[in-house]
Ligand binder design. Structure first.
Ligand SMILES: [Zn+2]
Ligand SMILES: [Zn+2]
Length: 371
Protein backbone atom coordinates (compact mmCIF):
# COMPACT_ATOMS: atom_id res chain seq x y z
CA UNK A 1 0.00 0.00 0.00
CA UNK A 2 1.21 3.48 -0.79
CA UNK A 3 1.38 5.87 2.11
CA UNK A 4 1.20 9.29 0.59
CA UNK A 5 -1.85 11.04 2.03
CA UNK A 6 -2.54 14.16 0.00
CA UNK A 7 -4.87 17.12 0.40
CA UNK A 8 -6.65 17.39 -2.94
CA UNK A 9 -8.82 20.12 -4.43
CA UNK A 10 -11.52 18.22 -6.38
CA UNK A 11 -13.77 21.10 -7.41
CA UNK A 12 -14.65 24.60 -6.20
CA UNK A 13 -15.18 24.45 -2.42
CA UNK A 14 -14.52 20.71 -2.41
CA UNK A 15 -11.38 19.23 -0.87
CA UNK A 16 -10.62 15.64 0.12
CA UNK A 17 -7.80 13.51 1.46
CA UNK A 18 -6.56 10.92 -1.00
CA UNK A 19 -3.87 8.25 -0.97
CA UNK A 20 -1.58 8.98 -3.90
CA UNK A 21 1.30 6.76 -5.10
CA UNK A 22 4.71 7.59 -3.62
CA UNK A 23 6.47 9.39 -6.49
CA UNK A 24 9.51 7.89 -8.24
CA UNK A 25 12.61 10.07 -8.59
CA UNK A 26 15.01 10.59 -11.49
CA UNK A 27 18.79 10.65 -11.09
CA UNK A 28 18.90 14.43 -10.52
CA UNK A 29 15.88 14.56 -8.19
CA UNK A 30 15.15 14.22 -4.49
CA UNK A 31 12.16 12.84 -2.61
CA UNK A 32 11.21 15.10 0.28
CA UNK A 33 9.03 14.34 3.29
CA UNK A 34 7.06 17.56 3.59
CA UNK A 35 6.95 18.73 7.21
CA UNK A 36 5.54 22.28 7.17
CA UNK A 37 3.46 24.18 4.61
CA UNK A 38 2.22 27.76 4.75
CA UNK A 39 -1.14 28.64 3.24
CA UNK A 40 -1.20 31.44 0.77
CA UNK A 41 -3.89 33.62 -0.75
CA UNK A 42 -3.45 31.79 -4.04
CA UNK A 43 -4.26 28.39 -2.46
CA UNK A 44 -7.43 29.86 -1.00
CA UNK A 45 -8.27 31.50 -4.33
CA UNK A 46 -8.15 28.16 -6.16
CA UNK A 47 -10.36 26.62 -3.48
CA UNK A 48 -12.95 29.40 -3.72
CA UNK A 49 -12.83 30.32 -7.42
CA UNK A 50 -11.14 27.34 -9.11
CA UNK A 51 -8.92 29.68 -11.10
CA UNK A 52 -6.44 32.56 -11.07
CA UNK A 53 -6.49 34.38 -14.41
CA UNK A 54 -5.72 31.85 -17.14
CA UNK A 55 -4.76 29.13 -14.65
CA UNK A 56 -7.92 27.02 -14.30
CA UNK A 57 -8.28 23.93 -12.11
CA UNK A 58 -9.74 21.31 -14.47
CA UNK A 59 -8.58 18.12 -12.74
CA UNK A 60 -8.10 17.26 -9.07
CA UNK A 61 -4.98 19.04 -7.75
CA UNK A 62 -3.00 18.75 -4.52
CA UNK A 63 -2.83 22.22 -2.88
CA UNK A 64 0.11 23.95 -1.16
CA UNK A 65 3.40 25.43 -2.33
CA UNK A 66 5.11 27.09 0.66
CA UNK A 67 6.96 24.15 2.16
CA UNK A 68 9.96 22.76 3.93
CA UNK A 69 10.81 19.17 4.73
CA UNK A 70 13.39 16.47 5.23
CA UNK A 71 15.16 14.64 2.39
CA UNK A 72 13.97 11.06 2.25
CA UNK A 73 15.74 9.76 -0.86
CA UNK A 74 18.17 11.16 -3.43
CA UNK A 75 18.78 10.24 -7.08
CA UNK A 76 22.13 8.78 -8.23
CA UNK A 77 23.51 12.08 -9.53
CA UNK A 78 22.61 14.21 -6.48
CA UNK A 79 25.55 15.71 -4.59
CA UNK A 80 24.26 18.74 -2.64
CA UNK A 81 21.98 16.97 -0.12
CA UNK A 82 21.57 13.58 1.54
CA UNK A 83 18.73 11.74 3.32
CA UNK A 84 17.94 13.41 6.64
CA UNK A 85 18.86 16.94 5.54
CA UNK A 86 16.33 19.65 6.46
CA UNK A 87 15.55 21.80 3.44
CA UNK A 88 13.48 24.72 2.16
CA UNK A 89 11.68 23.75 -1.03
CA UNK A 90 11.56 26.09 -4.04
CA UNK A 91 8.35 24.93 -5.70
CA UNK A 92 8.89 25.92 -9.36
CA UNK A 93 10.77 23.71 -11.82
CA UNK A 94 11.80 25.40 -15.07
CA UNK A 95 12.85 24.08 -18.49
CA UNK A 96 16.44 25.42 -18.09
CA UNK A 97 16.98 25.87 -21.86
CA UNK A 98 14.64 28.68 -23.02
CA UNK A 99 15.88 32.24 -23.50
CA UNK A 100 14.50 33.32 -20.08
CA UNK A 101 16.01 30.40 -18.18
CA UNK A 102 19.34 31.00 -19.87
CA UNK A 103 19.30 34.76 -19.31
CA UNK A 104 18.74 34.44 -15.56
CA UNK A 105 15.03 35.21 -15.41
CA UNK A 106 13.71 31.71 -14.98
CA UNK A 107 10.52 32.98 -13.31
CA UNK A 108 9.39 33.89 -16.85
CA UNK A 109 9.86 30.37 -18.24
CA UNK A 110 6.77 29.34 -20.23
CA UNK A 111 7.28 25.70 -19.24
CA UNK A 112 7.31 26.35 -15.49
CA UNK A 113 6.01 23.45 -13.41
CA UNK A 114 4.83 25.22 -10.25
CA UNK A 115 3.35 23.48 -7.22
CA UNK A 116 -0.42 23.95 -6.91
CA UNK A 117 -0.70 25.98 -10.09
CA UNK A 118 -2.93 23.91 -12.37
CA UNK A 119 -2.39 21.35 -13.77
CA UNK A 120 0.48 20.61 -11.34
CA UNK A 121 0.09 19.08 -7.90
CA UNK A 122 1.23 20.95 -4.81
CA UNK A 123 3.07 20.04 -1.65
CA UNK A 124 0.29 19.25 0.86
CA UNK A 125 1.15 15.55 0.89
CA UNK A 126 3.58 13.32 2.71
CA UNK A 127 5.97 13.32 -0.25
CA UNK A 128 7.03 15.75 -2.96
CA UNK A 129 9.70 15.50 -5.66
CA UNK A 130 12.03 18.31 -6.76
CA UNK A 131 15.23 18.61 -8.79
CA UNK A 132 18.08 18.62 -6.24
CA UNK A 133 19.09 22.23 -6.97
CA UNK A 134 15.67 23.49 -5.82
CA UNK A 135 16.12 22.31 -2.26
CA UNK A 136 18.17 24.51 0.09
CA UNK A 137 19.67 23.08 3.28
CA UNK A 138 18.55 24.97 6.37
CA UNK A 139 21.12 26.05 8.95
CA UNK A 140 20.66 24.22 12.27
CA UNK A 141 19.33 27.29 14.08
CA UNK A 142 16.41 27.72 11.64
CA UNK A 143 13.18 25.75 12.05
CA UNK A 144 11.28 23.92 9.33
CA UNK A 145 8.58 26.57 9.78
CA UNK A 146 11.23 29.17 8.91
CA UNK A 147 11.98 26.97 5.92
CA UNK A 148 8.35 27.04 4.75
CA UNK A 149 8.31 30.83 5.17
CA UNK A 150 11.25 31.15 2.75
CA UNK A 151 8.69 30.93 -0.07
CA UNK A 152 6.83 34.17 0.72
CA UNK A 153 10.10 35.77 1.84
CA UNK A 154 11.61 34.97 -1.57
CA UNK A 155 8.73 36.87 -3.17
CA UNK A 156 9.81 39.87 -1.06
CA UNK A 157 13.50 39.40 -1.89
CA UNK A 158 12.67 39.20 -5.59
CA UNK A 159 10.58 42.37 -5.66
CA UNK A 160 12.61 44.54 -3.27
CA UNK A 161 16.16 43.39 -4.04
CA UNK A 162 16.18 41.84 -7.51
CA UNK A 163 13.50 43.99 -9.20
CA UNK A 164 13.41 47.30 -7.25
CA UNK A 165 17.14 47.12 -6.42
CA UNK A 166 16.65 48.90 -3.08
CA UNK A 167 19.87 50.37 -1.67
CA UNK A 168 20.95 51.53 1.77
CA UNK A 169 19.46 54.87 2.88
CA UNK A 170 16.69 54.83 0.32
CA UNK A 171 13.09 55.56 1.30
CA UNK A 172 10.62 52.80 0.52
CA UNK A 173 6.82 52.71 0.76
CA UNK A 174 5.00 49.39 0.78
CA UNK A 175 1.24 49.35 0.07
CA UNK A 176 -0.58 46.46 1.71
CA UNK A 177 0.30 44.86 5.07
CA UNK A 178 -0.56 41.24 4.25
CA UNK A 179 2.15 38.56 4.31
CA UNK A 180 3.78 39.71 1.06
CA UNK A 181 3.76 43.39 2.05
CA UNK A 182 5.28 42.53 5.44
CA UNK A 183 8.13 40.49 3.97
CA UNK A 184 8.79 43.30 1.46
CA UNK A 185 9.15 45.70 4.40
CA UNK A 186 11.44 43.26 6.19
CA UNK A 187 13.69 42.96 3.13
CA UNK A 188 13.79 46.75 2.62
CA UNK A 189 14.80 47.18 6.26
CA UNK A 190 17.42 44.40 6.02
CA UNK A 191 18.91 46.08 2.95
CA UNK A 192 19.33 49.31 4.94
CA UNK A 193 16.42 51.47 3.78
CA UNK A 194 16.32 54.68 5.86
CA UNK A 195 12.52 54.78 5.94
CA UNK A 196 10.11 51.90 5.39
CA UNK A 197 6.55 53.20 5.18
CA UNK A 198 3.67 50.77 5.65
CA UNK A 199 0.36 51.70 4.01
CA UNK A 200 -2.93 49.97 4.76
CA UNK A 201 -6.55 50.83 5.52
CA UNK A 202 -6.72 48.57 8.60
CA UNK A 203 -5.17 50.19 11.71
CA UNK A 204 -4.39 46.84 13.40
CA UNK A 205 -2.39 45.75 10.36
CA UNK A 206 -0.45 49.03 10.43
CA UNK A 207 0.31 48.55 14.13
CA UNK A 208 1.70 45.11 13.42
CA UNK A 209 3.75 46.38 10.46
CA UNK A 210 5.32 49.05 12.70
CA UNK A 211 6.12 46.54 15.40
CA UNK A 212 7.64 44.26 12.75
CA UNK A 213 9.65 46.09 10.08
CA UNK A 214 8.18 49.49 9.17
CA UNK A 215 9.54 52.81 10.46
CA UNK A 216 6.34 54.69 9.58
CA UNK A 217 2.70 53.87 9.02
CA UNK A 218 0.12 55.67 6.90
CA UNK A 219 -3.61 55.07 6.86
CA UNK A 220 -5.10 56.61 3.69
CA UNK A 221 -8.10 58.92 4.21
CA UNK A 222 -11.66 57.97 3.25
CA UNK A 223 -12.78 58.77 -0.26
CA UNK A 224 -15.00 61.87 -0.44
CA UNK A 225 -18.32 61.74 -2.28
CA UNK A 226 -17.99 62.72 -5.92
CA UNK A 227 -14.21 62.35 -5.91
CA UNK A 228 -12.68 60.34 -8.78
CA UNK A 229 -10.23 57.59 -7.89
CA UNK A 230 -7.40 59.53 -9.53
CA UNK A 231 -8.24 62.74 -7.59
CA UNK A 232 -8.47 60.76 -4.40
CA UNK A 233 -5.15 59.04 -5.03
CA UNK A 234 -3.39 62.30 -5.83
CA UNK A 235 -4.69 63.91 -2.62
CA UNK A 236 -3.78 60.85 -0.62
CA UNK A 237 -0.20 60.91 -1.94
CA UNK A 238 0.14 64.64 -1.12
CA UNK A 239 -1.18 64.07 2.40
CA UNK A 240 1.24 61.21 2.81
CA UNK A 241 4.27 63.27 1.72
CA UNK A 242 3.29 65.99 4.19
CA UNK A 243 2.68 63.63 7.12
CA UNK A 244 5.91 61.75 6.52
CA UNK A 245 8.01 64.88 5.96
CA UNK A 246 9.07 63.59 2.55
CA UNK A 247 8.05 66.47 0.23
CA UNK A 248 9.79 64.99 -2.81
CA UNK A 249 8.23 61.57 -2.36
CA UNK A 250 9.91 58.21 -1.88
CA UNK A 251 12.68 56.48 -3.84
CA UNK A 252 10.87 53.17 -4.21
CA UNK A 253 7.20 52.18 -4.08
CA UNK A 254 6.22 48.52 -3.79
CA UNK A 255 2.55 47.69 -4.20
CA UNK A 256 1.61 44.47 -2.46
CA UNK A 257 -2.11 45.25 -2.40
CA UNK A 258 -3.24 45.12 -6.02
CA UNK A 259 -5.87 47.78 -5.25
CA UNK A 260 -6.42 50.44 -7.91
CA UNK A 261 -6.19 53.45 -5.59
CA UNK A 262 -3.02 52.07 -3.97
CA UNK A 263 -1.41 51.65 -7.37
CA UNK A 264 -2.37 55.21 -8.35
CA UNK A 265 -1.31 56.67 -5.00
CA UNK A 266 2.01 54.85 -5.28
CA UNK A 267 2.70 56.38 -8.67
CA UNK A 268 1.94 59.87 -7.31
CA UNK A 269 4.06 59.18 -4.24
CA UNK A 270 7.20 58.02 -6.05
CA UNK A 271 9.74 60.78 -6.44
CA UNK A 272 11.19 62.05 -9.75
CA UNK A 273 13.13 59.23 -11.36
CA UNK A 274 11.85 56.85 -8.69
CA UNK A 275 10.94 53.20 -9.04
CA UNK A 276 7.50 51.59 -8.77
CA UNK A 277 7.18 47.81 -8.47
CA UNK A 278 3.93 45.82 -8.71
CA UNK A 279 4.03 42.59 -6.74
CA UNK A 280 0.45 42.41 -5.43
CA UNK A 281 -2.07 40.60 -7.61
CA UNK A 282 -5.46 42.26 -7.43
CA UNK A 283 -7.65 44.19 -9.82
CA UNK A 284 -6.49 42.90 -13.22
CA UNK A 285 -7.11 46.20 -15.06
CA UNK A 286 -6.65 49.66 -13.55
CA UNK A 287 -6.46 53.28 -14.65
CA UNK A 288 -2.93 54.72 -14.38
CA UNK A 289 -1.74 58.37 -14.26
CA UNK A 290 0.47 57.79 -17.25
CA UNK A 291 1.51 61.43 -17.80
CA UNK A 292 2.83 61.48 -14.23
CA UNK A 293 4.84 58.41 -15.07
CA UNK A 294 6.26 60.12 -18.17
CA UNK A 295 7.13 63.48 -16.59
CA UNK A 296 8.73 61.82 -13.56
CA UNK A 297 10.59 59.31 -15.71
CA UNK A 298 9.24 56.73 -13.33
CA UNK A 299 10.60 53.20 -13.64
CA UNK A 300 7.58 50.88 -13.56
CA UNK A 301 8.24 47.16 -13.12
CA UNK A 302 6.36 43.94 -12.51
CA UNK A 303 7.58 41.31 -10.07
CA UNK A 304 6.50 37.66 -10.39
CA UNK A 305 7.41 34.93 -7.88
CA UNK A 306 11.24 34.67 -7.62
CA UNK A 307 14.27 34.04 -9.76
CA UNK A 308 17.88 32.85 -9.54
CA UNK A 309 19.48 33.53 -6.16
CA UNK A 310 16.36 34.77 -4.39
CA UNK A 311 15.72 31.66 -2.27
CA UNK A 312 19.30 31.46 -1.03
CA UNK A 313 19.36 35.20 -0.32
CA UNK A 314 16.18 34.82 1.75
CA UNK A 315 17.72 32.00 3.79
CA UNK A 316 20.92 34.00 4.30
CA UNK A 317 19.01 37.05 5.60
CA UNK A 318 17.17 34.93 8.16
CA UNK A 319 20.25 32.92 9.09
CA UNK A 320 22.13 36.16 9.76
CA UNK A 321 19.34 37.40 12.03
CA UNK A 322 18.44 40.30 9.73
CA UNK A 323 14.87 39.05 9.35
CA UNK A 324 12.77 37.18 11.90
CA UNK A 325 9.97 35.16 10.30
CA UNK A 326 8.53 33.80 13.55
CA UNK A 327 6.21 36.75 14.34
CA UNK A 328 4.46 36.17 10.99
CA UNK A 329 3.32 32.66 11.93
CA UNK A 330 0.07 33.26 13.78
CA UNK A 331 -1.76 29.93 13.44
CA UNK A 332 -0.80 26.25 13.26
CA UNK A 333 -2.79 23.21 12.19
CA UNK A 334 -2.41 19.43 11.96
CA UNK A 335 -2.54 17.86 8.49
CA UNK A 336 -5.96 16.42 9.30
CA UNK A 337 -7.20 19.97 10.06
CA UNK A 338 -6.07 21.47 6.75
CA UNK A 339 -9.61 22.69 6.00
CA UNK A 340 -9.53 24.75 9.21
CA UNK A 341 -6.29 26.39 8.09
CA UNK A 342 -7.88 27.35 4.78
CA UNK A 343 -10.96 28.75 6.51
CA UNK A 344 -8.87 30.78 8.92
CA UNK A 345 -6.78 32.21 6.07
CA UNK A 346 -9.90 32.95 4.07
CA UNK A 347 -11.61 34.76 6.94
CA UNK A 348 -8.40 36.48 8.03
CA UNK A 349 -9.22 35.33 11.56
CA UNK A 350 -8.73 32.11 13.51
CA UNK A 351 -11.11 30.40 15.95
CA UNK A 352 -9.11 32.18 18.64
CA UNK A 353 -10.34 35.53 17.26
CA UNK A 354 -6.79 36.57 16.34
CA UNK A 355 -5.93 37.94 12.90
CA UNK A 356 -4.21 35.46 10.59
CA UNK A 357 -0.97 36.51 8.97
CA UNK A 358 0.31 33.05 8.10
CA UNK A 359 -1.24 29.69 8.93
CA UNK A 360 1.06 26.67 8.82
CA UNK A 361 -0.13 23.11 8.22
CA UNK A 362 2.05 20.25 9.47
CA UNK A 363 2.76 17.28 7.22
CA UNK A 364 0.96 13.96 7.80
CA UNK A 365 1.81 12.63 11.30
CA UNK A 366 4.06 15.65 11.97
CA UNK A 367 3.54 17.39 15.35
CA UNK A 368 2.00 20.88 15.29
CA UNK A 369 4.42 23.64 16.31
CA UNK A 370 7.93 24.82 15.51
CA UNK A 371 10.26 22.02 14.40
ZN1 LIG B 1 2.38 31.68 -1.87
ZN1 LIG C 1 12.65 27.92 -19.49
Amino acid sequence: MSDNPSFVLKAIEKVEYEQRPIPEIADNEVLIEVKKTGICGSDVHYLVHGRIGDFVVENPMVLGHESAGVISKVGKAVKNVKPGDRVAMEPGTTCRVCEYCKSGRYELCADMVFAATPPYDGTLARYYVLPADLVYPLPDHLTLEDGAMMEPLSVGVHSVRSIADVRANQTVAVFGCGPVGLVCMAVAKALGASRVVAVDIVPARLDFAKSYAATDAFQPPKMEPGQSKIQYSQNSAELMKKQLGLPKGVDVVVDASGAEVSIQTGMFLAKMGGTYVQVGMGTPEVQLPITTMLTKELVFKGSFRYGPGDYQFAIDLVAAGKIDLKPLITHRFAFTDAVKAFNATRQGKGDDGKGVIKAIISGPDVPVGPL
